[in-house]
Design a protein. Structure first.
Length: 297
């Protein structure tokens, strides 16, 4: 099992996201503790009401992960997740390729369709076109990363003989699809991974994503993705946020947590995404070290 540390998410406007520690400092601790990846998410212009009622602040994940890449050598760098419709696919391709090349092949592009209507409106993106925009990106990202000239015709763009250089280090950059819907699972079977969301039922309603109520249900969904992938099933990764509770103290109830992680592994999960709540930098370092010593060894 591999472990991703998700930088603590902070709600509201009273504090600053990075009160938990600078990204470069946290990245060093995460790598030294034995984690396999560091993840950042994104919400470039969310509504203030959303932030006040459970939403969370974010950085630009590509810039933040670039800072992490510069001070680390081993850990993977994951967008968990980047909202594809917010960007022209070729700008997304260039950001991803740059980060992958500069990190010497450590980037994973975790993507999603998005759900926050206020943000779509603020960015001038038609919410009802989001699925078309995602499918366009999935078609043209690999072509952009190929480094060869290509033509492209999309809903909002035309490219004739376009080319992107330099190429990324990885061929291709792994794409992991976030979301629990059947459409997300079908997309995941065509790329390199799936990131199901282990979220409470009320949050699932807000994000317009089906709720996963049990490990058994998750296993059935993973099996479905593998069936859809056919001969490629063994190449896919499945990254799941930890579904257990009370991980505030990583050294408590260790056997219970180990058992829960083992259950995830048994149904096909290959990466577990974990994180702490917001806390002071020194406390965050202690949390990261304690989790690493307990579970990443």
């Amino acid at each position: 099992m591999k472990f991703t540390f998700n930088y603590p998410e902070l709600s509201g406007l009273e504090r600053d996201l990075l009160d938990s520690g600078e990204i470069s400092d946290v990245a060093v601790e995460v790598e030294q503790a034995g984690f396999d990846a560091l993840a950042l998410t994104e919400h470039p212009i969310p509504g203030a009401n959303w932030l006040a009622h459970g939403g969370h602040q974010t950085l630009d994940p590509f810039v933040g992960l670039a800072f992490a890449a510069a001070v680390t050598e081993r850990i993977r760098l994951l967008t968990h997740l980047s909202v594809v419709p917010y960007r022209n696919p070729f700008l997304l391709a260039k950001s991803a390729a740059t980060l992958d090349r500069c990190s010497q092949g450590r980037f994973i592009l975790g993507i999603g369709t998005g759900y926050h209507k206020t943000e779509f409106f603020a960015l001038g993106v038609d919410f009802d076109e989001r699925n078309v925009l995602v499918d366009e990106a999935l078609e043209y990202l690999p072509k952009a990363w190929s480094g060869e000239p290509f033509d492209a015709q999309g809903l909002r763009f035309t490219a004739k003989g376009g080319v992107q250089r330099p190429r990324p280090t990885q061929n291709p950059i792994p794409i992991w699809i976030g979301g629990n819907s059947k459409l997300s699972r079908r997309r995941a079977a065509r790329v390199q991974g799936w990131m199901p969301m282990g979220i409470p039922e009320e949050v699932a309603r807000t994000t317009r994503s089906p709720h996963i109520g049990s490990v058994a249900q998750l296993g059935e969904m993973i099996a479905e993705v593998k069936d859809l992938a056919g001969d490629r099933a063994g190449e896919l990764d499945f990254s799941m946020s930890y579904m257990g509770d009370d991980l505030e103290h990583p050294t408590k109830d260790v056997e219970r947590h180990r058992e829960a992680i083992g259950e995830l592994e048994a149904v096909g999960v290959t990466w577990v995404n974990v994180g702490s709540g917001p806390m002071a930098p020194a406390q965050l370092v202690e949390w990261v070290q304690a989790f690493g010593e307990t579970y990443c060894g």
